[in-house]
Design a protein around this ligand. Structure first.
Ligand SMILES: Nc1ncnc2c1ncn2[C@@H]1O[C@H](COP(=O)(O)OP(=O)(O)OP(=O)(O)O)[C@@H](O)[C@H]1O
Ligand SMILES: [Mg+2]
Length: 352
């Protein structure tokens, strides 16, 4: 391949990778990046438009470029007719994803079949739809079911006061309402494999964005009945299902025995983390893991009773569970060391 052709491909790849974030100034940033004229970038844009990868709207100065959907469809199903996630995958979804690298297809295979199986096994829905949109840069799949609603279901199963507490349980992992048939891994791993993963149901919104470092948000949503799951993945990524599974496995055995819990999910509005009962809610089911990383990002401080319950009482009751705080502010660190010092001095008394 000639150098000119290689460079042309690099420019077009850059345009495709950055168009979603820069629909109005893509020409300027591409020209800057490749130190070439705007006219040269225009030539590549025209080629992408001719190929059907990019669309253009607006006039001269206010031109807007977007990635064109290469594939776009919506299909509807009735779960009563007996659906199987692997059949729908093979028949409808995989063929539309088309040519993608194997690691990307594997992530889609895992995420799609897990989320579609959830509809079949947990939603009691009478209607489910799948929508798929593929552009030259990324693919988005949405699965909507008109069933009981995921957060309502979890709230009812656990007798939770607030639907939003369900998000915390899902974020911890190993949560299932049907332990005889399931292990509570589908949402935990799927949410960490995609670039964007969201669940909307009732008033609650569960979201995880890969690039924005473990970012979970709660806010009101507009999905009245049922559950909507949205997954977005770039068509090229170095991520693999194995790398994601390995992140939550501590070296020696191969099981799912490590988790990262975003502590800020405990806070609603301005609630500060002070009480022992809040700590107990955070600690629920921690004993199923060997290592629990407590991510304190977004938590400015914690109270003494909360810290004591987590870092002294729980640790002495469950010495086999390793609790590892991360991203703790200096205030949070101070409260943790206070609780740990007290724990250490009590251990000393036992020995004496
Ligand atoms: N579409 C849905 N409608 C209602 N409840 C749901 C839906 N999807 C998931 N749930 C609830 O969320 C829980 C967690 O789902 P997740 O996929 O993480 O685990 P699981 O399906 O129980 O186990 P596994 O995925 O390992 O088979 C389920 O046990 C179920 O209670
Ligand atoms: Mg599942």
């Amino acid at each position: 391949m000639t150098a000119v052709r290689l460079r042309g491909e690099a420019v077009r790849k850059f345009i495709i990778d950055h168009l979603e974030a820069h629909p109005t100034d893509i020409v300027r940033i591409s020209a800057e990046k490749f130190k070439c004229s705007r006219q040269a970038v225009h030539k590549h844009l025209q080629k992408l438009i001719a190929e059907g990868a990019v669309t253009q709207t607006g006039q001269t100065r206010s031109k807007l470029y977007r990635l064109a959907p290469l594939v776009q469809w919506l299909m509807e199903y009735a779960p009563e007719t007996g659906l199987a996630e692997d059949v729908i995958w093979r028949k409808d979804v995989a063929p539309s994803l088309g040519m993608l690298p194997e690691n990307v297809l594997n992530i889609w295979h895992y995420g799609f079949t897990e989320m579609f199986n959830n509809v079949i096994d947990h939603s009691s829905a009478t209607y489910v739809s799948i929508s798929l949109v593929k552009t030259a840069a990324s693919t988005t799949v949405e699965i909507y079911d008109n069933g009981v609603g995921i957060f309502k279901r979890i709230q009812a199963a656990l007798g939770l006061l607030d639907e939003r507490h369900a998000v915390l349980e899902l974020a911890k992992g190993k949560f299932t309402t049907d332990p005889a048939n399931h292990s509570g891994e589908g949402i935990f791993f799927s949410s960490r494999m995609f670039d964007e993963f969201e669940i909307l149901s009732g008033e609650v919104y569960f979201s995880h964005e890969f690039e924005k470092r473990e970012d979970w948000i709660l806010q009101s949503a507009a999905v009245r009945g049922g559950t909507l799951v949205r997954m977005v993945l770039h068509n090229h990524t170095a991520r693999t299902t194995k790398k994601v599974f390995d992140k939550f496995t501590s070296d020696d055995d191969y099981g799912f025995n490590k988790t990262v819990v975003p502590v800020k999910l405990m806070r609603y509005g301005d609630d500060s983390l002070v009480s022992r009962s809040q700590a107990k809610r955070l600690l629920a089911r921690f004993d199923r893991f060997k290592i629990v990383m407590l991510d304190f990002s977004g938590v400015a401080s914690i109270g003494q009773a909360f810290a004591d319950e987590v870092f002294r009482v729980f640790r002495s009751k469950h010495p086999k569970v390793e609790l590892v705080p991360m991203h703790a502010s200096s205030d949070v660190k101070r409260m943790i060391s206070r609780a740990e010092t007290l724990g250490a001095s009590q251990d000393g008394e036992h020995l004496a």
